[in-house]
Design a protein around this ligand. Sequence first.
Ligand code: PRP
Ligand code: URA
Length: 206
Amino acid sequence: MVYESQHPLVKHKLTLLRNMNTEPKKFRELVRELAILLAYEATADLSLKPITVASPLAETVGNELVDKIGLIPILRAGLGMVEGIWEMMPGAEVWHIGLYRDETTLQPVSYYNKLPTLPTVQVCLVLDPMLATGGSAVATCNILKEWGANRIKFVGLLAAPEGINALQTAHPDVPIHVAQIDERLNDAAYIMPGLGDAGDRQFGTG
Ligand code: PRP
Ligand code: URA
């Protein structure tokens, strides 16, 4: 399933994010805020169990999340999506996956993965602003499934139809949550109209 946010705040902030005149500081703020809004939508189906809670006035039945959540940012650009989401779910674990896209082959190259031997979380949120060819997201889901993760969701900002197709073909069980589905990839496999290079714009390295 692909979920494209229809939330007015998401649409407004995404437009500011695309703007080439948005400076890295503002860009980082927007990535953080959009990540929170999208994670809110992506986690609407998490399971709850009833628990008793005592307010100052009475005992009542409340709810507690059942599953341990893992936030899996794909380095570098996914890093900017972690902190805001983590504030919303402070019990989450953060596991970094280092991948970069080779500029000539467009294939993902893995350079960092410190996952423990056995899975420690039940729900994995893969965080990456850009789903372009889909190579990085597919490779990350492969790594997580080899690890033993069985419930994975992809949370991103922009997706190209090509990336959605690749991820859905390789991992049909992974729902995709994005702010917007863009038109296409250009000849360099950048998302059009897109926002440029999400890593460079966050870290001021462009
Ligand atoms: C970008 C982006 C994704 C990947 C998407 O990272 O953050 O990880 O490209 O492209 P794909 O869907 O075609 O794989 P990049 O490789 O530029 O690395 P960086 O974040 O370290 O700059
Ligand atoms: N990575 C980016 O940062 N931007 C794109 O448009 C495609 C891949």
